[in-house]
Design a protein around this ligand. Structure first.
Ligand SMILES: Nc1ncnc2c1ncn2[C@@H]1O[C@H](COP(=O)(O)OP(=O)(O)OP(=O)(O)O)[C@@H](O)[C@H]1O
Ligand SMILES: [Mg+2]
Length: 357
C-alpha cells in the first residue's frame, strides 16, 4: 500500500531522514517508533504530502506521489496536536473535509453519522467542540479523518495528550476500529507499549535512520542492536565475542553465561568479533530452595526495588562487569529477599539474544 524507496529529507546540512526504505502492506497497522527528533513526523508528513523528499520516492496504492498535493492523495492525517475547530460543533467538525465533495446533504449526514458511530460518539453531533473531554476531542479528530474514507490513515502521536487510563482505553479502541474499517494505519509514537500493543509491525527509528522493521514480538525478543534493545524495555547487556555465525544462528562466548548459540535477529550486521548478549530482566527467574535448572547463574542480591506487582532485584554475578537486573512478580516473596542474600537464577537459553555492537 505504501512503498518508501531510499527517501531522505535534509534541512540545510542536517539530515532529518536518511535513506529510509519501507513497505507497508494493505490493511496493516504499522507503527513508526523512536525517540523525540528521530524523524517520525518528517516521514509521515512526506507520505501525507505536506512535505517533499529531498531524494527518493514514495508510492501509495501503486501510484508515485511526486507532485501530488496532500488533498489529492488517498491518505488522511491526524496531527500530533489535533486541531479541531472550536467554533464548530461535533458534526460540523467531522463534515468539514466533506464539503469539498459537494455531496447531497442526506448523504453527507449519513457519512458523518457513520464516522461518529465508528468512534463511539453517536448522539453528540450538536455538542460544541469546546464542550468535550480530551478523549472525545481525539475521537472527533479521528472521525474527521475517517469520514473521508482514506485508503491510508496517518496518525501522529494521536494519544499523547491523554492521561494514562484513557490512553490505554483509546489504544484498544483504535485497534478495534482499524480492524473494523480495514484501512491501513500508520501510527507515529515514542511509546513502546503503544507500539507493541497495537501494531502488526513496527519500524524503530534513531537519528533519521530505520534500525529495524519487524513484528512486535520479534522487535522485543530479537532486537538487532543495543540501541533498539534499550529503547524497548529493560535489557541486561553482557559482553560477548562472536565464535561462529551462519544464516540462521550465531554463537558467542561470554563470561557468566558461557558459550551461547541463538537465533540470529533479522538484519543482524556484525561489526568485527565483538557483540553483546542480551537478556530481559523478566526472563531471569529466581530459583528457590533446592530447585535447580539446567541453565542457571548464581550471585548475590545487592539492591532491591519494590514496584507493587513486581520487584526488581539487582544481582551481582562473578565474571559479569555489570550486575543483572531481575524482574520477578511478587507471587513467591521476591519482595522479601534480603539485600546481601545469595541467589540463583534460571534462564531459558532461547531468551538470550546476540546483538551487534
Ligand atoms: N522545518 C524544519 N527545519 C529544520 N529542521 C527541522 C524541520 N522540521 C524538523 N526538523 C528537525 O528534523 C528532526 C526530525 O524532526 P521530526 O519532527 O520528524 O521528529 P519526531 O521524530 O517527529 O520527534 P517528536 O517525537 O518530538 O515529535 C528534528 O531534529 C527536527 O528538529
Ligand atoms: Mg513528531
Amino acid at each position: 500500500m505504501i512503498e518508501i524507496s531510499s527517501v531522505s529529507r535534509s534541512y540545510g546540512a542536517f539530515k532529518a531522514l536518511d535513506n529510509a526504505s519501507l513497505s507497508i502492506t494493505k490493511g496493516e497497522f504499522f507503527s513508526l517508533l523512536g525517540p523525540s527528533g528521530c524523524g517520525k513526523t518528517t516521514l509521515l508528513r512526506m507520505i501525507a504530502g505536506f512535505d517533499t523528499p529531498t531524494s527518493g520516492t514514495i508510492s501509495v496504492d501503486g501510484q508515485p506521489m511526486d507532485g501530488i498535493p496532500a488533498n489529492r492523495r488517498p491518505t488522511n492525517m491526524v496531527f500530533q496536536s489535533y486541531a479541531i475547530f472550536p467554533h464548530l460543533n461535533v458534526a460540523q467538525n467531522v463534515a468539514y473535509g466533506l464539503k469539498r465533495l459537494r455531496l447531497p446533504s442526506a448523504e453527507e449526514k449519513r457519512r458523518v453519522e457513520e464516522a461518529l458511530a465508528q468512534v463511539s460518539l453517536s448522539g453528540l453531533d450538536a455538542r460544541g467542540a469546546t464542550e468535550l473531554s480530551g478523549g472525545q476531542r481525539q475521537r472527533v479528530a479521528l472521525a474527521r479523518a475517517l469520514v473521508m474514507r482514506p485508503k491510508v490513515l496517518l496518525l501522529d502521536e494521536p494519544l499523547s495528550a491523554l492521561d494514562k487510563k484513557l490512553r490505554e482505553q483509546m489504544q484498544v479502541e483504535l485497534r478495534r476500529l482499524q480492524q473494523a474499517v480495514g484501512i491501513t494505519f500508520v501510527l507515529v509514537t515514542h511509546d513502546q507499549y503503544e507500539a507493541l500493543g497495537m501494531s502488526d509491525r513496527i519500524a524503530v527509528m534513531f537519528g533519521g535512520r530505520i534500525a529495524q522493521v519487524a513484528a512486535p514480538k520479534e522487535i522485543y525478543q530479537r532486537p538487532v542492536n543495543r540501541q533498539v534493545a534499550d529503547f524497548l524495555g529493560g535489557m541486561n547487556f553482557v559482553k560477548a565475542e562472536i565464535v561462529e555465525e551462519n544464516a540462521a544462528s550465531i554463537t558467542v562466548d561470554t563470561t557468566g553465561f558461557g558459550r551461547v548459540r541463538t537465533d540470529k535477529p533479522q538484519a543482524f550486521v556484525r561489526n568485527g568479533k565483538a557483540a553483546t548478549l542480551g537478556i530481559r530482566p523478566e526472563r531471569l527467574r529466581v530459583l528457590w530452595d533446592d530447585a535447580t535448572s539446567p541453565h542457571e547463574v548464581s550471585g548475590k542480591v545487592v539492591d532491591r526495588h519494590y514496584f507493587g506487582e513486581i520487584t526488581h532485584l539487582i544481582v551481582e554475578v562473578p565474571g559479569l562487569e555489570k550486575p543483572l537486573s531481575v524482574s520477578e512478580t511478587n507471587n513467591f516473596g521476591a519482595d522479601d529477599i534480603p539485600v546481601g542474600a545469595p541467589i540463583r537464577l534460571a534462564y531459558d537459553p532461547d531468551a538470550l539474544v546476540a546483538m551487534a555492537d
